[in-house]
Write a protein that binds this ligand. Structure first.
Ligand SMILES: Cc1cc2nc3c(=O)[nH]c(=O)nc-3n(C[C@H](O)[C@H](O)[C@H](O)COP(=O)(O)O)c2cc1C
Ligand code: SF4
Length: 436
């Protein structure tokens, strides 16, 4: 069971028991009471207003204000609207949505129903990555229980509001987590991202207004409606209210999912809550929010709180909440090689800078590792990364560039050593061999 971060206010996590995913236990914790209250007493527009006032921001990576996204949808235009929970969770290092799906699926279902009511959605979807067999079984079983209890489907709790929730399983493509690719995939086509405008809230699934939110974003909604926007805003930081689920992995003594309040000390999370580094190793650096966010050194994170207002000026972002702690002695050349292999493999190939750029970056780093690096290689990698930034349909082109620029800016000497000597600075180190 993941331990919540010390001092954190708890919105999401709770002691996990063998039955905490079941409807009876969810109801004993008070779940679905907020749904009943909202359906009986609130107008849809008031729900959107409350979510907007809470300052809730997207937890999928871009931190877009949720209320602002919802407010674009004209919920009373008589047209079908759609809501999709993004449960693709493909960003390497990120596994916090999985925690929600497995341990508290009713928190997501109740929150989705409240959100669907605000947007007047008749059919809502959960788009789940293909590899999530266990989370799928848990969520589907929870939905079956909720349907049987009259909490989902026709005339929910006798309110006159009807909403079905459909779980759609992807086939394991990273790019299908991107919102427009996700929609295309649900429509049964190849999961290609598409250019905007039009925005998805104007023309999304089946050409209708569609809201796509991350699982964790949506799971906050029931709490906000139960306790009020002001209570939510009182937690965390002025520009980033609420708590955050951080999934932490890497060379850390106690990896897992931790719920922290925005503004929590980074040092405390790693060294106290997570028990520090494995086998007493020193921390070298941290990838803060999925591999698409720029690496921060141990010295940098010592000075920072887990607050976007501090992390962004330091040149990175809290991204998807997928943190990877890396120990001293780890070879950053090998690490970047693994990342570039991933990006190259996952590029959908529509945009030339991404399709070709990923291939070039991957081939250059493979050549460096094979001992045939050239002096000009590093500047060439930086140039390719910069050319990808902002020149592609979706954010994946930018992401690979961020990872490369971030690592080269801080660990260029490790690459120069490999090019100069034909071998890693850390040859013989276990981690250097492991990532090959
Ligand atoms: C290549 C790529 C992959 C993405 N994968 C995910 C994902 O697995 N889960 C997710 O919630 N958002 C992912 N996103 C972000 C989504 O496009 C979208 O911004 C997000 O689901 C919106 O939800 P939010 O506003 O609640 O954060 C991805 C974006 C890109 C460019
Ligand atoms: S940036 Fe890459 S993954 Fe995204 S649409 Fe273009 S080619 Fe596909």
């Amino acid at each position: 069971m993941p331990a919540p971060g010390r001092d954190a206010k708890i919105l999401m996590t709770f002691p996990v028991t063998g039955s905490s995913h079941l409807l009876a236990e969810a109801r004993a914790r008070g779940q679905y009471g907020t749904l009943a209250k909202v359906l009986a007493t609130m107008a849809p527009a008031d729900v959107t207003k409350e979510v907007g006032a809470s300052g809730l921001q997207g937890r999928g990576g871009a931190a877009f204000p949720t209320g602002r996204k919802w407010s674009v949808v004209r919920y009373d235009d008589g047209q079908p609207h759609y809501l999709c929970a993004n449960a693709d969770e493909g960003e390497p290092g990120t596994f916090k949505d999985r925690w929600i799906l497995e341990n508290t699926p009713h928190q997501l279902i109740e929150s989705m129903l409240i959100s669907a009511y605000a947007l007047q959605v008749r059919h809502a979807f959960v788009y789940m990555r293909g590899e999530f067999a266990g989370p799928y079984r848990r969520l589907q079983a929870a939905l079956d229980e909720a349907y049987a209890a009259g909490l989902v489907g026709e005339n929910i709790l006798g309110s006159g509001f009807s909403c079905d929730i459909i779980v759609y399983r992807g086939a394991g493509s990273y790019v299908c987590g991107e919102a427009s690719a996700l929609i295309t995939s649900i429509e049964g086509k190849r999961g290609y991202p598409r250019n905007r405008p039009p925005r998805l809230t104007v023309k999304g699934l089946y050409q209708r207004p569609t809201v796509i939110n991350n699982v964790e974003t949506l799971a906050n909604v029931a709490w906000i409606m139960e306790h009020g926007a002001a209570a939510f805003k009182a937690i965390g930081c002025p520009k980033a209210p609420g708590t955050r689920l951080i999934s932490i992995s890497g060379h850390i003594a106690r990896p897992g999912v931790y719920e922290i309040e925005y503004g929590y000390s980074w040092k405390k999370l790693i060294h106290d809550d997570c028990g520090g580094m494995l086998e007493g190793a020193e921390l070298k650096c941290v990838i803060p929010g999925g591999i698409s966010t720029k690496v921060l050194t141990a010295a940098e994170i010592d000075q920072l709180a887990l607050d976007p207002a501090e992390v962004e000026p330091a040149g990175s972002s809290m991204g998807s909440g997928g943190m990877v702690a890396i120990a001293e002695g780890t070879c950053m050349v090998r690490l970047l090689q693994v990342m570039l292999r991933f990006y190259h493999h996952e590029s959908c190939g529509q945009c030339t800078p991404c399709r070709e750029g990923m291939g070039w970056l991957h081939r250059i780093i493979d050549r460096i590792v094979a001992g045939q690096g050239r002096a000009a290689d590093l500047d060439q990698m930086l140039l390719i990364s910069r050319l990808q930034d902002g020149n592609t349909i979706c954010g994946m082109g930018d992401a690979a560039g961020f990872a490369t620029i971030g690592i080269l800016a801080k660990y260029r000497h490790e690459f120069e050593h490999w090019i100069g000597t034909g071998r890693s600075m850390f040859e013989g180190n276990l981690e250097c061999r492991r990532s090959s």
